[in-house]
Design a binder for this molecule. Structure first.
Ligand code: NAI
Length: 475
């Protein structure tokens, strides 16, 4: 006899657990099934984001940034240090603690909201009268059924053909977050978000990092001006880049990995590194879901096919987050999770894909929302641009972090903000103002006329908005 629910959420990552909580808030009897295990075999909900993504990478970025500051910047403040060292196992231990706090926090939140949590793998068993039957296998072995199913099974790291992850020499995001020692040399394939964040962590701790990128240019999704400024800063820090490469072979030896590639000039090159991170994107995860049992439509890339409202081809089966189209971002998954729960309740859940912010947590941080200058040019849109450098911002000078700028793009006639691009200190936090502004269809002048605290980095945002009308006050 299967346990009956109104809604079963498959997957407990940011898309799934948030959908479960929102559905429970709306009065539904909800189950959430997640199979992720901690090192003791217990439940570790939170998905890639909590366990091997957003959260642990930010913990290591913080630790490595402290080390970098102590190594290179404390002296400017008159702080002397001798015998500076890094205890990698302690750093990884702290990161694991941060992950555990988040895992436990999610279990607490599910309980608080009366969501029934099942630790195991959920798969479709069959369609039944008025809904679907789901089999859970793992720590929990159950049969569950519900009218509504929300699939939030996330994504996994894409493997490079001929270079399977062994998480020892060839690392995915998972292995990159738990190296036992700082490698002398580190290769990274793919100069995307993971490559840059993980490359930065290990570079700050002393690794010589070489990033190999297939495309001829850097961070194609970012505004070109921002990408250029960021690349300059990363090269200055010591990250090495090769663009336009074609990887021909990856060979793993006892204590090294050899990557053979053709460089942009067509020359054959080999790179020997102690460890290699492969960060060339992620693929939707439907492994073990048994989608075929109920005829759930999956596309050729393995993603579940959904419409704009996250509806699949099956009545009352929904899918959200990395397992469907759109950017693989935790906050996009959360928004979809909330919207689906509200749609199930007959409300009008909405996700505005035009105002989903992007953040790369390097130093300088990179963040943007809306369209890039190259996109506006390609569209033939008439726009105005305004830019303000952190070099001219008092708070940035006091922080000793003056790299980068804030850039506004606004419609030439209406002045509506079309995109905001930030490279510099605290870009991840500063972008929130731009998201709010765009969501409310603000003009650049609206931001320019708002009082911003002094001294703060946010004044650079105001000044960039003023720059759209060529009237900066401090530059
Ligand atoms: P990505 O899509 O950001 O970057 C992959 C890079 O690898 C691209 O530049 C691509 O041109 C390159 N590439 C692909 N195949 C290649 C090959 N054979 N040889 C050399 N280069 C190749 O993917 P990444 O960094 O793996 O991240 C995966 C996902 O995780 C992304 O969707 C990202 O949005 C998300 N993520 C988000 C974070 C954040 O929001 N801060 C942090 C980390 C990941």
């Amino acid at each position: 006899m299967s346990k009956q629910f109104d809604v079963i959420v498959i997957g407990g990552g940011p898309g799934g657990y948030i959908a479960a909580i929102r559905a429970a808030q709306l009065g539904f009897n909800v189950a959430c099934v997640d199979e992720w295990k901690n090192d003791k075999g217990g439940p570790a909900p939170g998905g890639t984001c909590t366990n091997v993504g957003c959260i642990p990478s930010k913990a290591l970025l913080q630790s490595s940034e402290h080390f970098d500051h102590a190594s290179h910047h404390f002296a400017e403040h008159g702080i002397g240090l001798s015998n500076l060292s890094i205890d990698v196992s302690k750093m990884i231990g702290r990161k694991n603690q941060v992950v555990k706090q988040n895992n436990d926090g999610i279990l607490y939140l599910l309980k608080k909201n009366k969501v029934s949590f099942f630790h195991g793998r959920a798969s479709f068993a069959q369609a039944v009268e008025g809904g679907y039957e789901i089999t859970v296998s793992g720590s929990a072995n159950e049969s569950l059924s519900a009218k509504h199913i929300i699939v939030a099974t996330g994504s996994t790291a894409r493997q490079l053909p001929g270079a399977a992850f062994d998480e020892d020499r060839i690392l995915s995001n998972d292995g990159a977050l738990r190296m036992a020692a700082v490698p002398k040399t580190l290769g990274v394939i793919g100069s995307g978000v993971i490559g840059l964040e993980m490359g930065s962590v290990w570079r700050r701790l002393g690794a010589e990092v070489t990033i190999l990128e297939a495309l001829p240019n850097f961070l194609g999704a970012a505004d070109e001006g921002v990408a250029k400024e960021a690349l300059k800063a990363f090269i200055k820090q010591g990250l090495k880049f090769e663009f336009g490469v074609k990887i021909t072979e990856v060979q793993t030896g006892n204590d090294a990995v050899t990557v053979a590639f053709t460089n942009a000039r067509g020359e054959a090159v080999t790179l020997d590194v102690e460890r290699l991170i492969v960060s060339i994107g992620r693929v939707a995860n439907t492994v073990g879901l048994n989608a075929a049992a109920v005829g759930l439509q999956v596309d050729e890339r393995g993603a579940i096919v959904v419409d704009a409202d996250c509806k699949t081809n099956l009545q009352n089966v929904w899918a959200v987050g990395d397992v469907v189209r759109g950017p693989m971002l935790a906050h996009k998954a959360e928004e979809e999770g909330v919207a689906v729960a509200e749609r199930i309740a007959g409300q009008h859940g909405h996700v505005n894909f035009n105002t989903v912010p992007w953040v790369i947590y390097t130093s300088p941080e990179i963040a943007w929302v809306g369209q890039t200058e190259q996109q506006l040019k390609a569209e033939g849109r008439d726009y105005k641009a305004g830019q303000f450098p952190f070099m001219a911002n008092g708070r940035a000078r006091a922080l000793g972090d003056t790299t980068g700028f804030v850039k506004f793009l606004a419609d030439a006639k209406t002045d509506e903000i079309l995109g905001v691009h930030i490279v510099g200190p605290q870009a991840s936090e500063l972008i929130a103002e731009a998201v709010v502004a765009m969501e409310f269809k603000a003009s650049a002048e609206d931001i320019a006329r708002i009082c911003h605290a002094h001294p703060s980095l946010s004044e650079a945002t105001k000044e960039a908005a003023l720059a759209v009308d060529k009237r900066t006050l401090n530059f």
